[in-house]
Ligand binder design. Structure first.
Ligand SMILES: Cc1cc2nc3c(=O)[nH]c(=O)nc-3n(C[C@H](O)[C@H](O)[C@H](O)COP(=O)(O)O)c2cc1C
Length: 325
């Protein structure tokens, strides 16, 4: 089984990729999307979103990081893909699944699911512009408002020359609603295509991963929000570790916090931590009182201090075998 860390705009930035690939055995990461309009983007845009380009296209833990592009114009997508390849990206991923309104107004992301022919055009022109040894891959949903054209969409990407395809098993209209996840809808596609298909969506633990593999017929999976909620989820789904305890999660966050405040994005830090914690709360309800305390803090030092205090408190309770509330 390959386990891939999902692209998550505004969340899975370079430091988060570093943190997650240090503690997990991921096969691959994908960057937040580079939005392509009608121009050749300056190199600094690629380097900012993917500083790993200057590290041989890998995180410091050695996990490859593929640049993701989002846009609708085949020619501009191709030209920018060529730049990313030239800069050292170990492949190019194309985003045809982003549901954000601002993105879809400019005709990138999930809106392309309405016109599989356009997906085909983008994939094939990008394929032609990138050296043959580098994979061009695509990420799609099952469709815009129904899964009726899922096979056509997948085929458009595959026949355009995609080396593999990630399918998020919901439509754009489904958003992120848990009950709409449809792993079995991937199965006929995985069977029909000759390229590897990677299943994505709603995997929060090992049982989900195994059920997803079984129902989708896919060997490989991609983890999104679950990877944020259970920080060592890749190892959990591989069966090599059990899920971190709350004190381990708090320790990891404290470590992240100390690295983030040294970095250039430190002004965003309080919001970053709160955003990440919202996902963690889904799997660690014992973190709720801590979150209430943290939510009102604006000052970075106070947040770091609170994280460290919480880690020590939770660790002592866990050592004594007492519930952490
Ligand atoms: C905050 C957030 C940002 C995302 N940004 C991207 C993105 O930049 N590119 C992309 O292809 N998908 C993006 N996605 C979709 C995820 O990669 C993934 O397909 C989706 O979350 C379903 O997987 P999950 O149920 O495991 O979270 C994003 C999802 C979230 C929650």
């Amino acid at each position: 089984m390959r386990v891939i860390l999902a692209p998550m705009e505004g969340v899975m930035d370079p430091l988060m990729r570093q943190v997650f690939t240090e503690i997990n055995n991921y096969d691959l990461c994908v960057t937040e999307f580079v939005r392509v309009v009608e121009q050749r983007l300056p190199e600094k845009v690629f380097r900012r979103l993917c500083p790993e380009l200057d590290q041989g296209g890998k995180t410091l833990a050695g996990t490859p990081v593929r640049v993701q592009l989002l846009g609708q114009h085949p020619q501009w997508m191709a030209e920018n893909a060529a730049i990313a390849a030239e800069l050292g990206s170990p492949g190019i991923d194309l985003n045809f699944g982003c549901p954000a309104k601002s993105v879809n107004r400019s005709n990138g992301g999930a809106v392309m699911l309405k016109t599989p022919e356009q997906i085909h055009q983008v994939v094939s022109q990008v394929r032609a512009a990138v050296p043959a040894h580098l994979p061009v891959t695509a990420k799609v949903r099952l469709g815009w408002d129904s899964g009726d054209r899922a096979m056509e969409i997948a085929d458009a990407a595959a026949s355009g020359g995609a080396a593999e395809l990630v399918i998020h098993a919901r439509t754009k209209e489904d958003g992120y609603r848990a009950e709409r996840i449809d792993w079995p809808a991937i199965a006929p596609i995985a069977k029909a295509l000759t390229i590897p298909v990677i299943a994505n969506g709603e995997i929060w633990n090992r049982a989900d991963a195994l059920a997803c593999q079984q129902q989708s017929g896919c060997e490989d999976i991609m983890l999104g929000r679950g990877a944020l909620a259970v920080p060592n989820l890749a190892n959990v789904v591989r069966g090599t570790e059990s899920a971190y305890s709350w004190s381990q999660v708090a320790a990891l966050m404290a470590d992240y916090a100390e690295r983030e405040i040294g970095g250039e994005k430190s002004i965003y830090f309080p919001n970053r931590v709160k955003q990440w914690l919202r996902y963690i709360l889904m799997q660690y309800p014992q973190a709720e009182p801590f979150f209430v305390e943290l939510r009102v803090l604006r000052c970075v030092d106070a947040i770091v201090e609170l994280l460290k205090r919480e880690q020590e408190r939770a660790f002592e309770l866990e050592q004594r075998g007492e519930p952490v509330f």
